[in-house]
Ligand binder design. Sequence first.
Ligand code: GLN
Length: 195
Amino acid sequence: MARIGVLALQGDVSEHVLALGSAGKGKVQVVEVRKSGQIEECAALVLPGGESTTISRQLESSGLTEELKAAARQGKPILATCAGLVLVSQEIEGDSDSRVKPLGLMDIKISRNAFGPQRESFEADLDIKGLDRPYRAVFIRAPAIAQVGRNVEVLARVGEAVVAARQKNLLALAFHPELTEDSRIHQIFLKMLEA
Ligand code: GLN
């Protein structure tokens, strides 16, 4: 049985655990990752939404940064959502205080508060590449992908803003697939594991 780890330093961890459990229909084991050594035992990883400054700091202090980078290099599927998206990026636009250390796993540049404070949270019907009907996505203080490199495939946009993208084994989203009943995103992620 494939083991999938959800990085459990902060954020909406339990929601991803539940969503993966139901999308995996008993064929996957989901574990919460907090300690060194656990990432190596996982076949795939989820970096949840939450507060990227907090998760970034905790990654450093837990010593998990290098293990996470190694997993990405080994080609393990990684689903990064919202704050997770900020973390996997190469660069954060206009981040002068730089309290978030982007891991540089994906060739993207992030705009952290792309939708502005007046749009703290909203829902949108997205046309996502690979899905045959619209996906109702929940955005909460969402970042957006401001720039993508050549190896990055854009999967969805809200207006001009890129909100879903894939680069090989990395699937990154500005929204929260763990907060809705629609399990199609988690299913795409599980398919990446089979491939
Ligand atoms: N804007 C938040 C951050 O940069 C992410 C918000 C979220 O994960 N819902 O950490």
